[in-house]
Design a protein around this ligand. Structure first.
Ligand code: ZN
Length: 531
């Protein structure tokens, strides 16, 4: 008996030795990298060894065996990009690989911006987890959604009881894993919310470790006042506050970023943690009715809007307001600066300019006729639009600011369908190609920081966003000489160029110009998630 056990032990030992010889020390070894580590420090040369879902070692030279060796040939190896402002629930269940994002090097998508989120959050995250997606995914809880659920789409103050109910929903959202509270005070019903009410909800998110991130009330003539409001909500709510997709809309307002950035600097100097994110395009995208109709006309939902449009004196009053919005705000001063993105009721309009649509209806493309056409579009069921009305100087000034990070405001398009804003396909590579390499507005290291370590730190992702041993292996490998966006406003369905590999949680998700079969994305939960 004793002898038998001895033989068995020997046999097991032999198997262990054999396995030891066959199992490489690392799963992936990335060689000859120009490492841009995400912190903003200058790049350095080295090898990265990955084991499981994490970075095991970074050193000038790693000789150990690995299951897979990638020669980065002096290309840049950076943390995978983290996008704090996405509308990725549009499309993620149709395209769980989120090719448009991953092909740019994006490895984490955060949803629920602009005051709009799934609610409750938990069933959505559970369903997404069961879907097996490629990038990591997290959520904010939306103030507009919360308000809509408690008091509907109405223009009035909330009662104290309603505010308590709303606070309860924000609390539950944070317990379910939100990273903070988003608002869209430009939109219905956010626009009906007094600042003090937002502050009450922000306090709840802040006490639970979350941040406040806002599509502000006004990004055109009232942009300076709106930045003040965003700072006030952070200051009185006692939490970090972020101006999302910061831009200056309307030619008459261009240049105001000098003032908005000064406000951010002053707030930071007195201890308010106010930050910014931005996408690198001079056009925005939202619904035609939100952009070209006054908020008061949108109260009460679609039936109420149609009633107002059927009343002739009301319609002519609204037409005047729409003319003003075309001239001075999102319309960029010319109906040709308004482009239809997606019209569910007539896809032949997708991509067309408002002036051309007006002509197509047999009308001269005057401002008044274009305004009438915009109201006709709302009558028909509305379209999403693209609005060319942002100044390039403001864009670059905001990009250079140290408290600015990059966020796409994009979605997950179905390839070839409709005419979405190109930001969904190009945001991150456009910063690296156009604004780093071609125009030299910021350095490569700073750009990567704005896309990785900074957003990670912003929402408390302590194990992502920096290349360092022990961190999760979310990694982008790209050629800084060739990286670029191809998606245009006329032809948006074009993937980024210049990205060689993308790894999510240690697994290769993109290589050789193709998405792999891996679906390594995880649901990420915020600071007060109750497990
Ligand atoms: Zn927005």
């Amino acid at each position: 008996m004793a002898r038998k056990v001895g033989v068995l032990t020997l046999a097991i030992a032999a198997v262990v030795v054999a396995l030891g010889a066959q199992t490489p020390a690392y799963d992936v070894l990335i060689r000859n990298a120009r490492i841009v580590d995400g912190t903003g420090s200058p790049w350095y040369r080295g090898d990265l060894a990955l084991r499981g879902d994490s970075i095991a070692q970074i050193a000038p030279r790693i000789e150990a065996a690995a299951g897979r060796v990638i020669d980065a040939r002096g290309h840049v190896v950076s943390p995978g990009f983290i996008d704090l402002h996405t509308h990725a629930r549009r499309g993620i269940f149709d395209v769980p690989t989120a090719d448009n994002y991953v092909r740019q090097g994006v490895t984490t998508l955060i949803e629920g911006p602009d005051g709009s989120s799934p609610l409750p959050i938990k069933p959505f995250l559970d369903r997404l987890g069961a879907t097996h997606i490629t990038p990591n995914f997290g959520l904010f809880v939306g103030q507009g959604t919360v308000r809509d659920q408690v008091i509907g789409s109405v223009n009035r103050k909330a009662t104290p009881e309603e505010i308590e109910k709303m606070k309860g929903l924000v609390r539950q959202g944070m317990l379910d894993g939100a990273f903070g509270l988003s608002s869209g005070l430009f939109y219905v019903p956010g626009t009906f919310t007094p600042t003090a009410e937002v502050i009450e909800l922000a306090k709840v998110a802040g006490a639970m470790g979350g941040i406040y991130i806002s599509h502000m009330r006004d990004e055109a003539s009232g942009v300076v006042q709106s930045v003040r409001e965003t700072i006030e909500i952070g200051e009185k709510g006692g939490l970090p506050t972020q101006v999302t997709h910061h831009k200056i809309i309307g030619k008459g307002n261009w240049g105001k970023s000098v003032d908005t950035l000064r406000l951010i600097d002053e707030a930071r100097a007195r201890g308010v943690d106010a930050t910014i994110d931005q996408y690198p395009y001079t056009a925005s995208s939202t619904g035609i009715q939100a952009a070209l109709m006054p908020a008061y006309a949108l109260e009460g939902g679609r039936q109420e809007i149609l009633k107002r449009l059927q009343n002739p004196s009301m319609r002519s009053e609204l037409r005047k307001e729409t003319m003003r919005l075309i001239m001075e705000e999102r319309g960029g001063g010319d109906p040709q600066n308004v482009q239809l993105a997606r019209c569910e009721w007539d896809h032949s309009l997708d991509g067309k300019r408002l002036g051309d649509v007006t002509k197509g209806r047999g009308l001269e493309p005057t401002i008044e006729n274009a305004a009438e056409t915009a109201l006709w579009i709302v009558d028909k069921g509305g379209c999403s639009g693209i609005f060319h009305a942002i100044g390039e100087d403001d864009l670059q000034r905001i990009l250079r600011h140290p408290a600015t990070m990059i966020g796409s405001d994009g979605e997950v398009p179905i390839f070839g369908v409709a005419n979405p804003h190109p930001r969904s396909y190009g945001t991150f590579v456009r910063v690296l190609g156009r604004y780093v390499r071609d125009l030299k507005v910021i350095t490569l290291e700073d750009a990567v920081r704005k896309m990785s370590a900074y957003p990670a730190q912003r929402i408390g992702l302590v194990d992502r966003g920096v290349l360092r041993a022990g961190m999760k292996a979310d990694i982008a490998i790209f050629d800084p000489d060739t990286i670029r966006d191809l998606a245009t406003f006329e032809n948006p369905h074009q993937y980024a160029e210049g990205v060689d590999y993308v790894l999510v949680n240690g697994q290769i998700a993109f290589e050789g110009g193709k998405m792999t079969a891996a679906r390594p994305g995880r649901i990420l939960y915020g600071p007060s998630h109750a497990r």
